[in-house]
Design a protein around this ligand. Sequence first.
Ligand SMILES: Nc1ncnc2c1ncn2[C@@H]1O[C@H](COP(=O)(O)OP(=O)(O)OP(=O)(O)O)[C@@H](O)[C@H]1O
Ligand SMILES: [Mg+2]
Length: 270
Amino acid sequence: MDRFEDDGSESGPFLEVDNLSTGFPTPRGVAQAVDGVSFKLERGRTLGVVGESGSGKTVLSRSVMNLLPKYAIKSGSVRFRGREISSLSDRDMRAVWGTEMAMVFQDPMTSLNPVKRVGVQITESLNYHLNQKGKDADETALALLRSVRIPEAQRRLREYPHQLSGGMRQRVSIAISLACGPRLLIADEPTTALDVTVQAQILDLLQAQQRDRFMAMMLITHDLGVVAGRTDDIAVMYAGRVVEKAPTKILYRNMKMPYTEALIRSIPKV
Ligand SMILES: Nc1ncnc2c1ncn2[C@@H]1O[C@H](COP(=O)(O)OP(=O)(O)OP(=O)(O)O)[C@@H](O)[C@H]1O
Ligand SMILES: [Mg+2]
């Protein structure tokens, strides 16, 4: 599949998820991790997805990305820029991953390769997806590290992940996610592994990048405090379902579900 052309002729929503369900086989039948989820997301907009541990946030984001284990049982539709992608093969998805949709994971130590220098990890991706090589790729990598505000970027390019702090590592993995200019960024608990002061910096960075690049973003967290000032809309998940969805401002003013109130009460007061 070719990279989608941005010719302005797309019709319909940027991302439209309809009645998406994902289950996993167990000896006692199928465990439904995502259960009939529907939502729309436009370009340049941000959706917060909140819910307690095990409510299906990660499985939802992986279902949207078409990044599930083979044994997962999936139904429903994911339309991205006017095309149904939920039935595409891994081979076809490779034209989408990285360049169209990218993910930032909770723990940068698992998404970064520990035995490769930071610079190489970025240039490999540029090479693979955009066919950028040599000096061009080196320059792009440096610009990317600067854009995620890594001090002494030139020197950092030659370092290994373990030589960086946790916050710096997450900045690097964000740089890698942004390398090929995705239009949709899914950040799954991007700050949970970091301490509180660094959390805010990384969230600010994601927000700034989302705005500068006019990306759509799904920001996934179990913490309503994280998405409060940083998303346009919030979907609250419980047991695989979206139980409440509203523009962020309205959700905080007028919660329908006691579950959502409980999530808000659980925000630690710093
Ligand atoms: N690969 C898998 N195989 C089988 N079951 C899975 C798999 N991945 C997730 N599940 C199950 O799906 C349900 C939803 O899990 P998920 O990881 O989406 O929750 P979550 O909301 O992201 O939780 P957390 O906040 O802890 O990250 C859980 O019951 C989980 O055990
Ligand atoms: Mg999760």
